[in-house]
Design a protein around this ligand. Structure first.
Ligand code: ZN
Length: 501
């Protein structure tokens, strides 16, 4: 069905634009259960490409995949005090295992099947995984344990924002155990680096990295490192976290080992995760008023070929050429798709693939076949010195497509990083001015922070902005701030503040 009604413009209503892109690019849909979503094949295809790339990176850094149960005994979650407090308000519980006919004929939970101890549907798996590790690890020779799990988690949520905030989401969670604090710290930082490489070089997000404040860290962690991307509406999106858990969980789950010295010691843990939220981040980073813009490396379709014809003879002619071009590109490991639908004219097809963010479209008409030409159209005119739409010799077109995709991928990252810096405000020391930015244009505001939770809480209360990270060295402002932007006291750190998703 033709669907060429224009999308809401980003500048008019960013959040309406986002929802329309998700629905009309057929990435996801609402579900009958509030707070949860249906991921459609095209959206799932993006996630699969993300998974594949990340999975390779995890394995290249020595990790193995495993799977742990969806159900966690309530007592496990309760063992780590900060952990249970952090997740208490969003936990889904299984309390019964059977239904019976109730007094009014409807089905009710069978009181006789009430579980002695309720089961939590995993909000995250530290507890059940470290319990398993405690059985696997006996001596220092069994360490490190380097595990990743692909799965789903539930954090109860009634407000749905497709991909960004849903009760159930897909993710990966890495869990490791080490013999020393230094080794665990190195692992937590290494995985932050892996995420950064993935999010910049595959998703072209242009992230910044740093450490979370004690108020914003993961419940139960000693330290949390995070990646933050700046969306086009100038709100921040946390795109991944890596936690140095210290010995907090090891102590609760008796995760001990015999050290080389013969002494019994608690292991050191890390955990790190990223989720389908990244799909939302990708949309809000690259999308435009025409719809989705997908970085080629994760695009389910990298090149769509649209045959143009008026008769059956012409159709046969251009289809043969389309198949040929597609096969040549596939040999270059490019994901192609031929839009051979007779039910739709070329115009509406163009709209549809643009809305779906396919990086390159190739148009082939009968005249092109005769002249051995192809028309190559880029989804956006982001490539400097390259026309968005160009008709060229078939051989040249086919040969240059891989390079065009690479250039396009790099240009998206450069544009995202450039936009982030244009919307980053540094050296702001006056609180009134600071507030004006946060409550006005938004963006990343780099400013001094005295380190007090009071100043952090005051800002959150007054402006809804939070400290996204205490930035890593390379993102810091060369001239270190001296004053806390909130209270005027001595600055202990430079902090990046923003309103966030
Ligand atoms: Zn202060």
């Amino acid at each position: 069905m033709a669907d060429d009604k224009a999308l809401t413009k980003r500048a008019d209503d960013f959040s309406a634009w986002y929802n329309e892109v998700v629905l009309r690019a057929e990435l996801a849909d609402y579900s009958p259960v509030r707070g949860s979503m249906v991921i459609r094949p095209y959206g799932y295809g993006i996630w699969e490409n993300m998974q594949r790339a990340l999975d390779d990176m995890f394995k290249a850094t020595g990790h193995q995949n495993a799977y742990f149960p969806l159900f966690i005994p309530l007592g496990f979650i309760a063992r780590e005090a900060e952990h249970v407090e952090g997740f208490a308000k969003e936990m889904a519980l299984v309390t019964h295992t059977r239904l019976v006919k109730g007094p009014d004929g409807g089905l009710i939970p069978d009181p006789a099947s009430k579980l002695e101890e309720p089961l939590v549907v995993r909000p995250t798996s530290e507890t059940i995984i470290y319990d398993a590790f405690s059985k696997w690890v006996r001596s220092y020779r069994d360490l490190p344990v380097l595990i990743n799990q692909w799965g789903n988690v539930v954090r109860w949520e009634m407000r749905t924002r497709l991909f960004l905030r849903t009760a159930e989401f897909l993710w990966q969670e890495g869990h490791t155990a080490h013999a020393s604090e230094a080794e665990a710290e190195e692992e937590a930082r290494r995985m932050l680096g892996v995420y950064r490489e993935f999010q910049d070089n595959w998703l072209a997000l242009g992230v910044i990295t740093g450490q979370k404040t004690p108020a914003e860290k993961f419940p139960g962690a000693d330290r949390t490192y995070a990646l933050e991307a700046l969306m086009q509406d100038n709100r921040a999106l946390q795109t991944g976290t890596s936690h140095m858990l210290g010995q907090n969980f090891a102590k609760q789950f008796e995760l001990k080992f015999q050290a080389e010295s013969g002494q019994e010691e608690y292991a050191w843990n890390t955990s790190w995760g990223s989720s389908t939220r990244l799909v939302g981040g990708l949309i809000m980073t690259h999308g435009d008023d025409g719809g989705l813009v997908i970085p080629p490396r994760v695009a389910p379709i990298q090149v769509v070929i649209v045959p143009i014809y008026r008769s059956d003879t012409e159709r046969a002619l251009v289809m043969e050429k389309a198949e040929f071009v597609s096969n040549v590109l596939r040999q270059e490991r490019i994901r192609t798709h031929i839009d051979a639908r007779d039910t739709l004219k070329p115009g509406p097809k163009f709209y549809e693939w643009e809305r779906k963010g396919v990086p390159i479209r190739i148009e082939i008409g009968p005249k092109d076949v005769a002249a051995q030409k192809l028309t190559v159209v880029l989804r956006t005119d982001i490539l400097e010195g390259v026309a968005r739409k160009e008709t060229m010799d078939e051989a040249v077109a086919v040969m240059t497509v891989p390079r065009r995709l690479d250039d396009y991928q790099r240009a998206l990252l450069a544009a995202a990083a450039d936009r982030r810096e244009r919307n980053s405000y540094r050296g702001v020391s006056d609180y009134a001015k600071w507030r004006e930015i946060v409550e006005g244009t938004g963006g990343f505001v780099y400013a001094g922070w005295c380190g007090s939770a009071e100043c952090e809480a005051k800002v959150k209360e007054e402006t809804k902005a939070t400290i996204r990270v205490l930035p890593d060295e390379e993102f810091r402002t060369p001239e270190k701030p001296t004053r806390c932007a909130v209270c005027g006291g001595t600055a202990a750190e430079e902090a990046v503040w923003a309103r966030a998703y």
